[in-house]
Ligand binder design. Structure first.
Ligand code: NAD
Ligand code: ZN
Length: 364
């Protein structure tokens, strides 16, 4: 299945399937023939599992640069080491990069591609569920000790090749994290789809077909938003649903301790509570959603590890915070997102409501 992404700066396709890897890479033969070198960036966890399969199935000669596993690869040091590697290998503007991994490898590789010799082409080869989100849309970034994703660029890939056979080795926690972004895509776009997910006994063990189907739907939502607003001046903000409070939990916990999507799930419940005030979301729905999240093992106990004042410092670092007010994405109804400014005082009140609700529903 090929899903078009018609971003203004560059149109490309997401090729999603099972066992489609070799063929999909070959579909770039024209571009690849022009390249002087093919360089694959990956991380140590992924390479340990897939070195053999990848080498067998990747149809061209390549060199590999292996980064530290996960979020740890998105540092200045690794960005510098990656550029050094490319220079040492005598890469030029005609060299071609591949990001084989999750969102972390994808973000780092994309930023290296955007800046090496002012920009060289790259292809995303995502290996996580979460990367159905991160590999599409052209946001690339590394972290700064003072904040996540603070240094980056908008830079679209030449293409995205998603072979879901690579997802088979994902640990439960990463499935959970990635599914949160699938649920986000459902919440901001389609009530029926969300209902189907919420009625599923465990979203951590979907059949392969169903998983592919859900990823495809998620990619379509993301692609359609990126087509309308590539650089986040308007509707692209909707993709931040759950991310404001979620990022604060993620940052306060120490990046990597609570997985990104796990934190976003907590942030989505927070955003639903706010949506009860500003939209038509009912408390009954929020509770039903929270119970669904708890059934699937999302770690809401993370909230109790911090006071609101501890979280507030992180909330105010949000890229969208202005003049002491925060911008939240809320829902009028499921499928109808909008952006709302919220005062610190109201953030505090809703934090209090969330803690009360967790006492009632989660911790007994
Ligand atoms: P990740 O890349 O850190 O991967 C999670 C963990 O799973 C890592 O330890 C990784 O080594 C391992 N892993 C990856 N694939 C595997 C596989 N197939 N089998 C076994 N283990 C595997 O995390 P992620 O959740 O994919 O992505 C999170 C990152 O994505 C964050 O840095 C976030 O900021 C970024 N992100 C970017 C965007 C964007 O638009 N650019 C959107 C959302 C998230
Ligand atoms: Zn996210």
């Amino acid at each position: 299945m090929n899903i078009p992404v018609k971003a203004q700066s560059h149109a490309y396709e997401v090729q999603i399937g099972s066992g489609n890897f070799t063929k999909a890479v070959q579909s770039f033969e024209g571009d690849i023939a022009k390249a002087d070198q093919l360089i694959v960036f990956t991380d140590e966890h992924i390479w340990k599992i897939y070195e053999e399969k990848f080498t067998r199935e990747f149809p061209y000669t390549f060199k590999v640069f292996v980064l530290p596993g996960g979020e740890a690869c998105k540092t200045f040091e690794n960005y510098f080491a990656a550029q050094t590697f490319l220079l040492e290998q005598k890469c030029t503007r005609k060299s071609f990069l591949f990001a084989f991994g999750g969102g972390a490898v994808g973000d780092l590789t994309g930023f290296v591609a955007a800046t090496f010799m002012r920009g060289i082409p790259f292809i995303q080869l995502p290996t996580t569920i979460l990367a159905h989100d991160s590999a599409v849309g052209g946001k690339t970034a590394i972290n700064h000790p003072l904040g996540k994703n603070m240094i980056g660029a908008f830079y679209q890939p030449k293409g995205v090749i998603f072979d879901i056979d690579f997802l088979e080795s994902l640990p439960k926690r990463e499935i959970r994290s990635g599914m949160a972004e699938v649920i986000k895509h459902a919440l901001i776009s389609d009530e029926k789809w969300l209902q189907q997910l919420m009625e599923t006994t465990s979203i951590l063990s979907l059949s392969k077909d169903r998983l592919e189907n859900n990823l495809e739907q998620g990619i379509r939502v993301k692609a359609s938003i990126v087509e309308q607003d590539e650089e986040e001046h308007s509707v692209r903000k909707f993709l931040n649903f759950g991310h404001t409070y979620g990022h604060a939990i993620e940052a306060a916990s120490g990046f990597g301790r609570v997985a990104h999507g796990e934190a976003v799930m907590i942030g989505m419940v927070y955003a639903l509570l706010l949506s009860e005030r500003y939209g038509e979301i009912s408390r009954a729905f929020t509770i039903e959603f929270l119970q669904f999240a708890l059934r699937n093992g999302y770690p809401f106990e993370a909230v109790a590890n911090f006071t609101f004042d501890e979280l507030l410092g992180y909330l105010m670092k949000d890229k969208k915070a202005e003049y002491g007010e925060l911008q939240f994405v809320l829902l009028q109804k499921v499928g109808q997102p909008f952006v709302q400014k919220i005062s610190q005082q109201e953030c505090r009140e809703i934090d209090h409501v969330l803690r009360g609700l967790l006492e009632e529903v989660a911790y007994d």
